[in-house]
Ligand binder design. Structure first.
Ligand code: ACM
Ligand code: ZN
Length: 731
């Protein structure tokens, strides 16, 4: 018996995710073994197959000393089930195959080595749309991974797999009618690991370039639909139009606007890597193409909803194209937004004529929403609100909570869990327009299955519960405890979930104040705390050393989570500022890491004895604030820096916060014990391009977060402005 299964046997209350609506644990347990009987009162063969998978037993269809009873009960809501377990009987009821399926998923989570704890469960989902979206255009992962992804979804009661099959990065659905879509559009020139939007090129199969990509043939697509169907997952295919269509326009240049300003021709020759990515809605042939490709899509995918994308359409070329302008004139369309809306209406009517429904990203609201269209709200929730108020169905997937390609720093699991899917602005009947929600996994920066999985899990579990469980049943602390106990099951499923870092207390050990590290030790089932060299940490503390410490959670199989990095400093302080105010210095700087302090010392001429940066430095540049941090009471401080791009905080010449690297705005905080006094301080920041921002803040003992310094450089039109504000803390 493995360590894992011993743990399972000992755990008396198995963690259930998502939490059922009604749940009462009882004493005793039901044992699954070869003598277990089966009494089937109306369940289908599909349900019996799923039960066989869940129990690992071929059950005889006759009563045993203890029996599983499957009973179809007409009138229960679709997807609902009850599960009643006593030592003698395990009774699962539902009116539908879907309800039996969800009952069996719960049964799998209850199963602890053949022992099912006695329980009474009554369950049904809160929302009918519980989705995950996977982008396979930017990176192609292939059927084996997608089946595994569907398995993970099914186990947590997701029921819509939104499959992003076409975009600028590649076309992944075989078309019999337009084979060039995959012959050319499924294989881009190998770019290396880094995604480079400006360097997408589809040189075609006869090119000598190294190609990268892949696609699903129609048999594979049909078989994926079947695989999902028996797991009660509907596949919503997304065929992007009229934007995000580079793979299509590269394969079929006639889909482009005319007269092309030479760009497409140059692109095809390889002399210009910046090809336009939108189709021409002015040409009748484009409309025909879109309808034809939707015909093939509908033939492959039985989904009621067909997703046509329609987000982020660059309309520049439409303004210059004679076909687009003629279309606008003929249809009285006042601008290009109305042209986009006209295009979406064509597709909406076409899908409706075939008994299907159109769904698109919230840009389909611009220029007027097509009559039957459903809206997927991604740029916040306002699109969802507007559509629901206009009596359209909506699926919520705002960037704030549902973009799982964003880092865990930006969207932590707890934030996903806190998401309330129905916007507060909706009332009465409008609330029923919210079909549910989904998370989106865009893959520009995720090129391997393991990366996709670690961005998906555990956040998908938080979303699963948010979409399934009624809000009054939800509690983050209860969920977190179940999640910590649930990781071994993800391990069993071989899902490369993200395992976070332990929490060090404090993060920065000031030898002038502390002698040991403390750990907050969440009870992750089976995991040990280890140091970098593998030493297992058994107690709650580790004595201070004079160097940095890294601590990890390590799972029984040896996999480690993210490190908690504890810094060690020994801070001396003075009682008075040893220099007037705060000095700022800027130097030109072109690397993607912050310069060491010595770089500034070597560039004294750049020094300004002022905290206001009047003239914006020539970019790219680095900036140093030098002064003293004034601490007036002893205790534990949380200090933070947020920056775009990187920043580093030094106290008394020792690195305290490392927020280095070229990156979007990211905040990092540390806790540190400080005595009253003035601490020599250096804050180094660099800006490598794009927008720039630096925030320096702290939370004093017993206080609330206060800004110490705030620096922003904003670009508005052609005039640039800098602002530097100091408040709250003192320096
Ligand atoms: C999207 O993220 N462009 C829908
Ligand atoms: Zn055009």
């Amino acid at each position: 018996m493995t360590t894992l299964s011993i743990l399972f046997l000992l755990a008396s209350t198995p963690p259930l995710i998502p939490l059922p609506q009604e749940l009462a644990w009882n004493a005793g347990s039901f044992e699954l073994n070869r003598n277990t009987g089966l009494i089937n009162k109306g369940a289908t063969n599909n349900t019996l197959s799923r039960l066989r998978e869940a129990t690992d037993l071929i059950l005889r269809n006759q009563a045993g000393t203890s029996s599983i009873v499957l009973e179809q009960v007409p009138g229960m809501p679709d997807e609902a089930y009850t599960l009643e377990v006593t030592p003698l009987q395990l009774r699962l009821t539902s009116s539908s195959d879907a309800g039996f399926f969800y009952g069996i998923q719960t049964l799998k989570q209850l199963n602890q080595n053949g022992r099912i704890r006695a329980v009474k469960i009554k369950d049904a989902p809160r929302f009918g749309w519980r989705g995950l979206m996977l982008d396979e255009s930017r990176h192609f992962f292939g059927p084996k991974f997608v089946r595994k992804y569907l398995d993970g979804m099914a186990a947590h009661k997701f029921n819509n797999f939104h499959w992003h099959l076409t975009d600028d990065g590649g076309w992944r659905m075989e078309s019999k009618r337009f084979p060039e879509l995959t012959r050319v559009g499924a294989f881009r020139k190998e770019q290396g690991v880094e995604w480079d939007y400006g360097n997408l090129w589809f040189p075609g199969p006869s090119s000598s370039e190294k190609l990268y990509g892949g696609f699903y043939n129609q048999d594979e697509l049909r078989s994926m639909v079947d695989y999902a169907r028996v797991r009660h997952i509907n596949i919503v295919p997304e065929i992007e139009m009229p934007g995000h269509s580079l793979a299509a326009t590269a394969s079929k240049p006639e889909l482009q606007c005319e007269p092309p300003p030479g760009v497409m021709a140059e692109y095809l020759k390889g002399t210009n890597s910046q090809a336009p990515t939108m189709m021409c809605p002015g040409k009748d042939s484009t409309i025909e193409f879109c309808k034809n490709i939707l015909d093939e899509t509908m033939a492959l995918f039985p989904s009621k909803f067909i997703h046509i994308g329609a987000d982020e359409v660059d309309k520049t070329l439409w303004r210059q194209c004679k076909h687009c302008q003629a279309r606008m004139k003929a249809n009285n369309l006042k601008d290009e937004h109305e042209l986009q809306s006209w295009f979406v209406r064509q597709m909406d009517a076409y899908l409706a004529s075939k008994g299907r429904r159109l769904i698109g990203w919230d840009e389909i609201l611009e220029g007027g929403l097509a009559p039957g269209a459903a809206v997927m709200s991604w740029r916040g929730i306002s699109g969802g609100i507007a559509a629901a108020q206009a009596n359209h169905d909506v699926v919520m997937s705002p960037t704030s909570h549902c973009y799982f390609d964003y880092s865990y720093d930006t969207i932590p699991t707890s934030l996903v869990y806190s998401y309330e899917v129905i916007p507060a602005a909706l009332t009465g009947e409008q609330r029923n327009r919210v079909l549910g929600g989904q998370a989106n996994i865009w893959t520009e920066w995720l090129s391997t299955p393991a990366e996709v999985e670690s961005m998906t899990y555990p956040r998908a579990l938080a979303l699963a519960e948010t979409l399934w469980t009624q809000p009054e049943r939800k509690s983050w602390s209860d969920f977190e405890a179940r999640l910590n106990a649930y990781y071994p099951r993800l391990e069993q499923m071989k899902i490369a979930f993200r395992l976070g870092a332990p929490k060090l207390d404090p993060d920065v050990l000031n030898l002038a104040a502390n002698k040991e590290w403390k750990f907050t030790r969440p009870d992750i089932a089976g995991a040990q705390l280890v140091l970098e060299d593998g030493t297992v940490v058994t107690g709650a503390t580790v004595p201070a050393t004079n160097k940095e410490v890294k601590v990890y959670f390590q799972l029984p199989g040896g996999r480690r989570g993210d490190p908690a990095v504890g810094r060690v400093v020994n801070l001396t302080h003075t009682t008075a500022l040893n220099q007037p105010g705060l000095l700022s210095m800027t130097i030109p700087w072109t690397k993607n890491t912050a310069p060491p302090l010595s770089e500034f010392e070597n560039a004294k001429q750049a020094e300004e004895a002022s905290i206001s940066l009047v003239a914006r430095p020539t970019k790219p540049y680095a900036l140093r604030f030098k002064g003293g941090l004034v601490v007036d009471k002893p205790g534990r401080y949380t200090i933070g820096i947020g920056s775009d791009d990187g920043s580093v905080l030094y106290l008394d010449g020792q690195k305290v916060i490392d927020n280095d690297g070229a990156h979007p705005y990211i905040e990092r905080t540390v806790t540190i014990d400080l005595q009253p006094g003035v601490y020599p301080m250096d804050l180094v920041y660099f800006e490598a391009g794009g927008s720039s921002r630096l925030e320096f803040f702290w939370t004093p003992p017993g206080g609330t977060r206060q800004a110490i310094q705030s620096f922003r450089h904003q670009r508005s039109g052609s005039s640039d402005s800098d602002s530097l504000a100091g408040s709250g803390g003192s320096i």
